[in-house]
Design a binder for this molecule. Structure first.
Ligand SMILES: Cc1ncc(COP(=O)(O)O)c(C=O)c1O
Length: 389
């Protein structure tokens, strides 16, 4: 990969050392140009004419998103973010009292509060599989937890709070063997690492635009396998797929797009599409290899500082690097780094309660989430700053 060109394409890299890609990444210039040109023209011709003129390009979004995850274009719906996509599935499954959601301990807050909400409103049960002592997902515990009441396995692929990567393919094999619906929170993984819905065997996946996909804020997407559509009942309808007939009748097209609203920012959809095109052109295997190399380097360097503990558990790790410096609060470190134009974040219990609690990180940790456009020199600067902090 031509890193110089990639950084030239990414204007933000001139201003900041950006290690907050698990929060919100930096956009490529071509995406910004597409969005601003669209908005300029839209201001002249009006939104509806503009949309009609660009409909073919807008439709390309579905092809590109599908290509990235080895799905079919009609298995993709555009959503406002990953949580919305995830909830379309959670609230679309007609759970009966006593049915069970099996989940992991690395769930994001928005996932878990909705499991709890379903427990309180519908009487479902939550079964959380505890990780093995080394932080890996416990596949044997999952096998033991399967019983006829289990309706859904909902698993976070990569958490907000560490660099561990869950074995989603092995979990998919277990789900399939028992004919259980399978939802993957791929908010931090799609765009970061190769994600193939056929290989993983998931029925549903949720993604967001602004993180590792480097797209605009306010967009995400939902994947629903065509063969799993009949398992979902949408909680609200939109005339994209719901056709109003006389005599209080509705004809509903049963397709993934039934979770999509007609009204959205088409400028941003084109920007999101461009972000995915850029990634497809670079090749996800290439970008992923670089993320693995850079993040291993970062862990190695941080580990060499005596007062620093790198926290990422598990066997398979990704670009999210979490650590603490002895006796210093992670938010203090994050602010200190920001003064040096090094953008990291602090991962805190509000977003990943069970994971951080079980890892004994009640105060959270500093999080440096690395992307392929980062460099070893930037990591060296981060490490030097941590030594001084
Ligand atoms: C693992 C994980 N899942 C889901 C979400 C929610 O994504 P969004 O804010 O796009 O709804 C996040 C956000 O940080 C996340 O880290």
């Amino acid at each position: 990969m031509n890193i110089q060109k990639i950084r030239k394409d990414t204007p933000g890299t001139n201003h900041i050392k950006h290690f907050n890609n698990a929060g919100c990444s930096l956009a490529v210039q071509s995406q910004i140009d597409i969005i601003t040109n669209y908005l300029q023209e839209e201001a002249i011709v009006g939104g509806y004419l503009m949309q009609a003129k660009h409909q073919n390009e807008i439709n390309q979004f579905y092809q590109r998103a599908a290509q990235l995850i080895n799905a079919k274009p009609d298995e993709i719906a555009i959503t406002g973010n990953a949580s919305e996509a995830f909830n379309h599935v959670l609230y679309g499954i007609p759970f009966e009292k006593g049915e069970v959601i099996i989940t992991s301990e690395i769930e994001y807050s928005n996932n878990f509060v909705n499991y709890i909400n379903l427990k309180n409103t519908k009487g479902i049960e939550i079964e959380m599989i505890r990780n093995l002592p080394n932080g890996d997902f416990d596949l044997e515990a999952l096998k033991k937890a399967i019983h006829p009441k289990v309706k859904l396995i909902a698993i976070t692929h990569v958490p907000t709070s560490s660099g561990v990567v869950a074995p989603v393919k092995a979990i998919g094999e277990i789900a399939k063997a028992h004919n259980i619906l399978y939802l993957v929170d791929s908010c931090q993984s799609i765009g970061q690492l190769p994600f193939d819905v056929e290989e993983i065997g998931c029925d549903f996946a949720s993604a967001t635009g602004r993180k590792y996909l480097r797209g605009p804020r306010g967009l995400g997407f939902l994947y629903v396998r065509n063969s799993a559509l009949s398992q979902l009942v949408p909680k609200s309808l939109d005339n994209v797929t719901a056709h109003w007939k006389l005599d209080e009748k509705v004809d509903l097209d049963i397709k993934t797009k039934m979770f999509e609203h007609w009204e959205k920012s088409y400028a941003m959809v084109l920007g999101f599409s461009e972000a995915i095109r850029y990634l497809l052109d670079l090749g996800i295997e290439n970008t992923w290899n670089r993320i693995v190399e850079l993040s291993s380097y970062a862990r190695e360097q941080l580990n060499s500082i005596p007062e620093v503990t790198v926290h990422d558990p598990g066997t398979n790790k990704c670009g999210i690097v979490t650590f603490n410096k002895k006796d210093v609060d992670p938010l203090t470190i994050q602010k200190y780094l920001m003064e040096k134009k090094i953008n990291t974040s602090a991962t805190l219990p509000f977003s990943s309660m069970t994971d951080l609690h079980h890892r004994g990180l009640e105060n959270g940790a500093v999080r440096a989430s690395i992307h392929y456009f980062n460099t070893r020199e930037e990591i060296d600067a981060l490490v030097e700053a941590i030594k001084e902090a």
